[in-house]
Design a protein around this ligand. Structure first.
Ligand code: SF4
Length: 132
């Protein structure tokens, strides 16, 4: 059977990136790009979960914020904190700056909300441990 060759336009690859899929221990190396119609194309995945991960990571990458916040009246000067959920990757630096400017006061219980709705993301910064 004969197949027609792909047109140069359909072979076009814009913003090509390599992304390691972290959904399972296989760590597949995905190649992700936009075609001439701006559709996201992915190769290198071994399953559908990798397709979803690759597309999300390419279009809307997110990360957990994990850092420390100053604490008063506690045995240590800082307490470990994290975002309750991942936030957009391009807001991480700003989020850490805000957390570093803030301080809390003991006693703090693990999961206590220390900053609400950081950077209007609807995501809270919470304590990662208790501190009396
Ligand atoms: S593409 Fe599928 S098999 Fe490969 S790492 Fe991701 S989830 Fe695992």
């Amino acid at each position: 059977m004969e197949t027609s060759p792909l047109s140069p336009k359909s072979q076009e690859r814009k913003d090509e990136r390599e992304i390691i899929c972290v959904v399972c221990p296989n760590s597949c190396r995905l190649t992700v790009w936009k075609d001439s119609e701006d559709k996201v194309q992915i190769t290198g995945n071994q399953c559908a979960r990798g397709l979803a991960y690759g597309e999300n990571e390419y279009l809307h990458p997110v990360r957990m914020v994990i850092t420390t916040m100053r604490i008063e009246d506690a045995p240590f000067p800082v307490i470990p904190v994290r975002s309750k959920e991942p936030i957009p990757k391009d807001l991480i630096f700003q989020a850490i700056k805000i957390i570093n400017k803030n301080k809390c006061r003991s006693p703090i219980k693990v999961g206590d909300i220390l900053i609400e709705n950081i950077l209007d993301t609807k995501i809270n910064i919470i304590a990662s441990r208790s501190m009396a």
